[in-house]
Design a protein around this ligand. Structure first.
Ligand code: IFM
Length: 461
């Protein structure tokens, strides 16, 4: 690493001042960075199986080595410390801690996170573990994965084991990362592990993840944990036109991708009772009481807005979901958002939509919305001299500040991601890091954006 040789390339205007105590951080996830998939008793995960199947990952890669973080975590913590952020959001790999998904605990797996948390604490960086970021133990997946109600119970037992080991040093917890994406991409469309193509029949996977979240909150609190949140992905949905058909399609999309995951957690109910009654079985009302257990804060991952219209074979400018092609026959059709710059992933860069999202959440949920933390925000661009990433972060931080000035209670912001990493079905083709990783040598090189952020955070002190 050479953290001083690249100029920061700061945009001319300093960032506005954020409130005292605002939590700055960077995010990663276990499967995307750790590698070492066969070491120290780790069990297989749904992603190990998925990446082993021909044609699943665009560049044919897998995450057996990834960024080698499992062995290089000290170097990565030093990078975090030098960056000057106060917190590091990482995820704990369930199959490392419970190779068969439970009940047996693999002490060596927990030892790794114990060392990581110690290293962070020694560096003065607050550890913020996410308990589940999509790497389901294969033994759990083989038994039906998140389509099965019992997976929620197993997840809570795993949460308990992690809290028992790390709880003395952790005061910010995240239960789940983006249950919407796992439901849609993993169980609905088959673009992510476990590769199921169930369409709307995938919805029990959403319910069981949310139930797992609620049970995990209870398990963590029973261990005396505080500071518990979730990381849900959200973005404003824009109707493609004012026509009734486009507005209806956009409303359905918003319901399925935003409200279905926010409202059970924030309000203790599903947004559309008819739809959920048709798709979910079991004691849903009882479950909602667990799912709606009040949180200490609410995490939002924001990347982009989505423009949605009614399905129309004649319409030009169709777009997929976050760059992923959607199958025909859906009751809505994402459309291209023109007139904005795009990241290398083809995602539109719309900072003002972050302000819109946050003020919209405040207006919709009022005092049921606890303090918000942006648990992910970032962009994929090539190169170490990444001026586009600096512009992206600068503009999104100003948009975030606008939301705070408008009265939204936002307490923190985490950049996705510390390092370039394994971007799921895209393999290594998308680089989201503040730090470049050479996948041949695993050498880390801080990008211009890293230096820019370090300088911007120093100016906040
Ligand atoms: O890399 C992912 C992350 O795992 C979840 N949120 C979105 C990121 C970028 O696609």
């Amino acid at each position: 690493m050479n953290a001083s040789s690249v100029s920061s390339g700061s945009p001319p205007c300093p960032l506005p001042r954020f409130p005292a105590g605002f939590l700055w951080g960077v995010s990663t996830s276990a499967y995307q960075i750790e590698g070492a998939v066969d070491e120290d008793g780790r069990g297989r995960s749904s992603w190990d199986v998925f990446t082993g199947e021909r044609g699943r990952i665009k560049d044919g890669s897998d995450a057996r080595v990834a960024t080698g973080h499992y062995h290089r975590y000290r170097e990565d913590v030093a990078l975090i410390k030098e960056l000057g952020v106060g917190a590091y959001r990482f995820s704990v790999a369930w199959p490392r801690v419970m190779p068969d998904g439970g009940p047996a605990v693999n002490a060596a797996g927990l030892d790794f996170y114990d060392r990581l948390v110690d290293e962070l604490c020694a560096a003065g960086v607050r550890p913020v573990p996410t308990l589940f970021h999509w790497d389901t133990p294969q033994a759990v997946e083989a038994a039906g994965g998140w389509l099965e109600r019992d997976t929620a119970r197993r997840f809570a037992a795993y949460a308990d084991a992690v809290a028992a080991r790390l709880g003395d040093r952790v005061d910010r917890w995240i239960t789940l990362n983006e249950p919407a994406e796992l439901t849609l991409l993993g169980y609905g469309l088959g673009q992510h592990a476990p590769g199921r193509r169930l369409g709307f029949e995938a919805l029990p996977a959403a319910h069981h993840q949310l139930l797992g979240h609620g049970l995990a909150v209870q398990a963590l609190r029973a261990r005396g944990a505080s500071g518990i949140g979730i990381a849900n992905s959200h973005g404003p949905t824009w109707a493609a036109s004012e026509s009734a058909a486009d507005r209806e399609a956009a409303g359905l999309y918003d319901l399925l991708l935003n409200r279905l995951f926010a409202e059970p957690v924030l309000l203790g109910r599903y947004p559309d009772e008819e739809l959920t009654a048709a798709l979910l079985s079991g004691p849903v009302d009882e479950d909602l009481k667990v799912i709606g257990t009040p949180l200490d804060w609410y995490g939002i991952n924001y990347y982009q807005p989505t423009k949605v219209g009614a399905p129309d074979p004649e319409a030009t400018g169709s777009a997929g979901f976050a760059g992923i092609e959607l199958p025909p026959g859906l009751p809505f059709a994402p459309r291209e958002i023109a007139g904005y710059p795009q990241t290398d992933f083809g995602w539109p860069v719309v900072p003002a939509a972050l302000t819109e999202l946050l003020t919209g959440f405040r207006d919709r949920y009022g005092d049921r919305l606890p303090p918000v933390v942006i648990t992910e925000n970032g962009c994929s661009y090539e190169g170490v001299e990444d001026r586009e990433r600096i512009a992206f972060l600068d503009a999104h931080l100003r948009a975030l500040h606008d939301a705070i000035a408008a009265g939204v209670d936002v307490r923190g912001y985490f950049v996705w991601s510390l390092l370039d990493n394994f971007e799921w079905a895209e393999g290594y083709a998308r680089r989201f890091g503040l730090v470049h990783v050479d996948y041949g040598t695993l050498a880390r090189t801080p990008k211009s954006s890293y230096h820019w952020l370090r300088d911007a955070l120093r100016a906040q002190r």
